[in-house]
Write a protein that binds this ligand. Structure first.
Ligand code: FNR
Length: 364
């Protein structure tokens, strides 16, 4: 009889992101696992994100001197060691006591940029003090104008280098796993940024917290006012069409973040990789482009760079690492992506992340 398969629960045993994902599923209470891993309604968009990567193949070039490939590049004119961004995600202390500070330390050590969520469980100032890697701060379309001011001022003072406006949460998507689980924040996990600024937020479901702040009436016309609050560049996250990419550029966005929120908002939205090229064409070099949704491999990063992204972001990946192994787990998954990207570059004859040829990718 063969020995039972041992699940690799320790970060040092993980070979790939899927190992961390499996370990996170074991480590987390089922309702919290569902909150991270689930998507909206039938989860078609969530699955489509992965399928879009699987449909693209790489066309490797041989006999190129790849003894020194370059993963360093710039993002919004600032140098980064590696074109990977930790996407904003809420409530890291719900997954592990290391929380947002642990994720940020891990990102900094690996050379990835961290986007800290306004729905975080650690005050943005405390996260900023945990490490010194590049950091951006994420804003929702808030209901109260005062909220923008207080967040923007605090983020600028704490050394965040850009603001990311999440445009795709006009209302929370219908996440049916959470509805079935009656998902509520565990005792002791707080929306630290909101609570610190605005007393009287209701206790209870995460949805209730967010609905209290989300403003469905925000339009493009509000962007100028948001931009006027600071000198920080503005990134618009949640763009899924060429039309909106053009509008974002016309309204002063420094970067367009192509995202369907990991399939957690509108189900039946397209896979991000499928629409990347139309957005790249519409933007025509006037802004930088970030893509997220379904990135689990170094080859995924390379495919997105070839199709025109300047950087790629991961939402669930660092959370799986954090949940199963704290800061060390988050570091392990991000480091795997860096190593996989380097390997893929060498095997493809790609010398720099800043110049990945379009011809590298073909659709199966
Ligand atoms: C998110 N996402 C998100 N986005 C955002 O702008 N603000 C936020 O607070 C959150 N919170 C959040 C929590 C959790 C648990 C997840 C999984 C995601 C979306 C996130 O930034 C990103 O767009 C997607 O996660 C990308 O897809 P992948 O990488 O998870 O497939």
């Amino acid at each position: 009889m063969s020995a039972p398969v041992q699940l690799p629960t320790h970060p040092a045993q993980w070979i790939n992101v899927a190992d961390a994902e499996a370990a996170a599923k074991v480590a987390l209470p089922p309702a919290i696992w569902d909150y991270i891993a689930g998507g909206a309604e039938d989860e078609q968009t969530m699955h489509a994100n992965r399928a879009a990567f699987a449909r693209r193949l790489l066309r490797p070039r041989m006999l190129v001197d790849v003894s020194a490939v370059e993963t360093a590049t710039t993002l919004l004119d600032a140098p980064v060691a590696f074109p990977l961004i930790v996407a904003p995600s809420s409530l890291h202390r719900m997954y592990h006591p290391d929380g947002e500070a642990g994720t940020y330390r891990a990102a900094s050590r690996v050379g990835a940029l961290m986007t800290v969520s306004s729905a975080g469980s650690t005050p943005l100032e405390e996260v900023a003090q945990a490490a010194d890697g590049m950091r951006w701060f994420q804003l929702y379309c808030f209901r109260e104008r005062a909220m923008y001011g207080t967040f923007v001022e605090a983020a600028a003072a704490a050394g965040y280098r850009a603001l990311v406006l999440t445009a795709d949460v006009q209302i929370l998507g219908r996440r049916e796993r959470d509805m079935r689980n009656n998902f509520v924040l565990p005792a002791g996990v707080r929306m630290a940024n909101f609570e610190r600024r605005f007393a009287g937020l209701p206790d209870g479901t995460a949805h209730a917290h967010l609905m209290n702040v989300a403003n469905p009436a925000i339009t493009w016309d509000d962007l100028a006012w948001i931009r006027s609050l600071s000198d920080l560049p503005l990134v618009v996250k949640g763009i899924l069409t060429a039309e909106d990419a053009r509008l974002a550029v016309e309204h002063g966005a420094a970067a367009i973040w192509v995202s369907n929120h990991g399939g957690r908002q509108l189900d039946c939205a397209p896979a991000t990789l499928d629409i990347l090229e139309e957005i790249v064409e519409a933007v025509d070099g006037r802004a930088e482009i970030v893509l997220d949704g379904g990135v689990r491999r170094g080859t995924d990063i390379l495919k997105a760079l070839a199709l025109g992204a300047r950087a790629v972001a991961v939402g669930r990946v660092p959370l799986y690492g954090l949940a199963a192994g704290g800061e060390a787990g988050a570091f392990a998954v991000l480091e795997m992506l860096r190593n996989e990207l380097q390997t893929a570059m060498m095997l493809c004859g790609v010398l720099s992340v800043a110049s990945v040829p379009r011809s590298l990718v073909k659709t199966a």
